[in-house]
Design a protein around this ligand. Structure first.
Ligand SMILES: C[S@@+](CC[C@H](N)C(=O)[O-])C[C@H]1O[C@@H](n2cnc3c(N)ncnc32)[C@H](O)[C@@H]1O
Length: 165
């Protein structure tokens, strides 16, 4: 899927694809900490845990919290990004812990509307190198953040610095 026209639709080096996987060095420590039971958006071969929603199932249309307590979400970038952020927040309000990896786009409406209600925001030190299906790496051209939604509407998220190297 070609992505054009918005800063949120990927970065130059990642343009042209939504199929960029979370690298192992980022995912593994988070999985060790949280123990994910469901990958909310993935495609066959790109899933981070065995249970996942694919585009055919459309993760946005599924109920997450009724199927898992702890959920991973590295959303597809594109026009629907804000819907994924909203979905992560809303599923956490149904009782799940949802951990999301997104660009740290702190000037967006969705950041203020949803991310600022998270329990934690971990600002990633350094640029993540995302991986495509061929194993090729593509550097993000923006900073990333790990958002931890836990269903409580926090007044002030706890901010921390998070290094993955
Ligand atoms: C940034 S990748 C993340 C892949 C993997 N979950 C990870 O963390 O490495 C986003 C994935 O979401 C998938 N996707 C796109 N639209 C989707 C939808 N409506 N429902 C579920 N998955 C979707 C894409 O095919 C892609 O594999």
């Amino acid at each position: 899927m070609a992505l054009h026209g918005s800063i949120l639709q990927g970065s130059d080096s990642m343009e042209g694809s939504i199929e960029w996987m979370t690298p192992k060095e980022v995912f593994d420590p988070l999985h060790a900490e949280f123990g994910f039971q469901l990958d909310a958006c993935a495609s066959p071969g790109m899933e981070r845990v065995p249970r996942y929603f694919s585009p055919a199932q459309d993760g946005l249309q599924q109920s997450w919290a009724s199927q898992a307590d702890v959920i991973w979400c590295n959303p597809p970038y594109g026009r629907q990004l804000k819907l994924w952020v909203e979905k992560c927040y809303e599923e956490s309000c149904k009782g799940a812990t949802v951990v999301m990896l997104i660009f740290a786009v702190t000037d967006t409406k969705f950041w203020h509307e949803y991310c600022m209600k998270a329990k934690e925001i971990r600002l990633v030190e350094g640029r993540i190198q995302f991986v495509n299906a061929d194993g090729r790496k593509g550097p993000a051209t923006k900073a990333s953040a790990v958002i931890v939604f836990d269903g409580v509407q926090w007044d002030k998220p706890a901010f921390s610095s998070w290094g993955f190297k």
